[in-house]
Design a binder for this molecule. Structure first.
Ligand code: SD4
Length: 322
C-alpha cells in the first residue's frame, strides 16, 4: 500500500505546478487589459460572439453577454444542435439542456426541457428567481411558463425529416447517437470590469434515448466559471465529460498553474486515458483565464472555436490530439 507521505510526494511531483504560480497563489492571476473577451464553440460561435460582444461593448455584464450570445443559435431553426431546430430524441421529441454561471458563482440550469425556445433564459431565471440550481422536464417547463415563457413547437420540418431518415435506417449496429455532428454552444465571456461568466446550451445528442441528459446542463461538466481563476466549456460526447467533470477539471488545472491550452489538453487526456488513448468520439474544451488568455483543445480533428478579442472575431481550427 502506498504510504501517505509517498502519496503526497508523488502527487505533488506529478502536478508540475510552476514555482512562480506557487508564490503568486490562485489570486495571482491578474488582468492585463480592460478589453472584453468572448470565446465559443463551433463556427456558429462567430455570430454568437458578435451578439455577446455588442452587450459587452455597451458596458453590460459578462452574464448578460453569455445569455445574449447563446440565444443566437438557440433561436436559429437551421441549427440542428441547439434550441429551435435541434434534432430530436429517438421518439421525435426535442429536449433541451442548458446552464449558466455568473461571476459570483451563482448557477442555474434546466435539463430535458421541451417546447421552450430559449432554455438558457429559463436557466438564468432558475438562478435568479429560485434558490435552486437545476430544474428538469415538466417542472422546468412549468417554472418557465409561470415566468412568462411561451410554448413553441421546436421540431422543424428539417429536423423531423432527419429524424425520420434515421428511424428508417435503424439497424443492429445502431448505437443511439450514430450522428457525430456536434453542435452544442459553450460560450464564455469577460467584461470590461474583468468579471467572467459562462453558458452552455444544446438539444443534446441527436436521436438519444428519451430522457437522456448530457453534460451541458450539469454545472462543472458542460461549463464552469470561477471568477478568481477562469471559465471553461465543453462540447462533444457528454457522457465522457460528465464522468470526468470536465469543465471543472479544466478550471482546476488552470488554478494549479497550467496555461488554458494545456489545461484543456490535460482534461482531454484524462478521457483518452480511459479509452485506450484513442476514443471513438469527439470531446472539445474551450477555456478563458482571468487574465484574458484563452485556450482550446479537441480529441479529434474538425473542432472549431470562435474568439472575439482585441477587436477581431475569428474562427480557429483545432488539431485533434489523436
Ligand atoms: C451532449 N455535449 O448532450 C452534448 C452534445 C454536444 O455538440 O456537445 N454536441 O452530450
Amino acid at each position: 500500500m502506498i504510504s501517505r507521505r509517498k502519496f503526497i510526494k508523488t502527487t505533488l511531483a506529478a502536478s508540475a505546478v510552476p514555482a512562480a504560480w506557487v508564490k503568486a497563489g490562485p489570486r495571482g492571476i491578474s488582468r492585463s487589459t480592460g478589453e472584453p473577451v468572448v470565446i465559443s464553440t463551433w463556427s456558429f460561435g462567430v455570430e454568437a460572439n458578435r451578439a455577446a460582444m455588442k452587450v459587452l461593448e455597451r458596458g453590460d455584464s459578462a452574464l448578460d453577454a453569455v445569455e445574449a450570445g447563446v440565444m443566437v443559435p438557440e433561436g436559429d431553426p437551421e441549427m440542428g444542435g441547439v434550441g429551435y431546430g435541434g434534432l430530436p430524441d429517438e421518439d421525435g421529441h426535442v429536449t433541451l439542456d442548458s446552464c449558466i454561471m455568473d461571476s459570483s458563482g451563482n448557477a442555474g440550469s434546466v435539463a430535458f426541457l421541451q417546447n421552450i425556445k430559449h432554455p438558457i433564459s429559463v436557466a438564468r431565471k432558475v438562478m435568479e428567481r429560485s434558490d435552486h440550481v437545476m430544474l428538469v422536464g415538466e417542472g422546468a417547463k412549468r417554472f418557465a411558463l409561470i415566468h412568462g415563457f411561451k410554448e413553441d413547437n421546436l421540431l422543424t420540418d428539417k429536423a423531423r425529416e432527419g429524424w425520420l431518415k434515421w428511424k428508417e435506417g435503424l439497424n443492429d449496429k445502431d448505437n443511439w447517437g450514430p450522428n457525430e455532428d456536434h453542435d452544442t454552444i459553450s460560450l464564455l465571456t469577460q467584461d470590461e470590469k474583468g468579471n467572467l461568466a459562462g453558458a452552455c446550451t444544446t438539444s443534446g445528442l441527436a436521436f438519444k434515448i428519451h430522457g437522456r441528459i448530457g453534460d451541458s446542463p450539469i454545472i462543472g461538466a458542460g461549463m464552469y466559471c470561477d471568477n478568481d481563476i477562469g471559465a471553461a466549456g465543453a462540447t462533444g460526447r457528454g457522457e465522457a465529460v460528465i464522468k470526468t467533470v470536465g469543465s471543472f477539471l479544466v478550471v482546476e488545472l488552470m488554478r494549479q498553474g497550467y496555461e488554458p491550452q494545456e489545461a484543456c489538453k490535460k482534461a482531454l487526456q484524462r478521457i483518452m486515458g480511459k479509452h485506450n488513448g484513442n476514443p471513438s468520439f469527439q470531446v472539445a474544451y474551450i477555456a478563458l483565464r482571468k487574465d484574458g488568455v484563452t485556450g482550446a483543445a479537441a480529441i479529434k480533428d474538425g473542432f472549431q472555436y470562435a474568439l472575439y478579442q482585441s477587436g477581431k472575431n475569428k474562427l480557429h481550427d483545432v488539431k485533434g490530439l489523436t
